[in-house]
Design a protein. Sequence first.
Length: 212
Amino acid sequence: NRVAYTIKEIYYTIQGEGRHTGRPMIFCRFAGCNLWNGREQDRMQAVCKFCDTDFIGTDGANGGKYDSTALVEKILTLWPKDCGIQPAVVFTGGEPALQIDETLIAEMKKSEIYIAVETNGTIPLPDGLDWICVSPKGDAVIKQKTGNELKLVYPQPENQPKQFEGLDFKYFYLQPLEDEFWIQNTAAAVEYVKSHPKWRLSVQTHKYINIP
């Protein structure tokens, strides 16, 4: 069984944003991204210039290289024992679509794990996922045009909310861009949502309560 997956970190926390806000979930962060190399000196040349995540290497909690069986076993060790609740995982990154495949999904299903993915949408995802959240970034072309949740960081000059309203998602979220204009961005997102009720506001609650 080949070692196939390069993982930055795996940790148990509470989802802080989007539809699953407040839900206990295990985050499994894949190393690597196709829209930025993760090096700070190259940020301004990246397709996505506002990424707030360290996804380089395997030096995070439980990071390393795993085959599908070992990865599922590691994930299950982090879920509370005998709690009677289905284990739930968020595959994130970096860009999880670079690595997630049918083999891993099948192994997860064997252990009856709920599988959520947070992706930039530039690479089509395999079948069998329970929750797909697409977050468009910069001028990257969206190829994953269906899913459960579209979460747009706002504002982005290349991406206007109305560009995505025709895509096949159940929930549409605006999430204020966290930069030096965060207060103004939040106010602008609130006003946009109020005047366009198809959208909802997503707030990164994990940053307010200081959890990963």
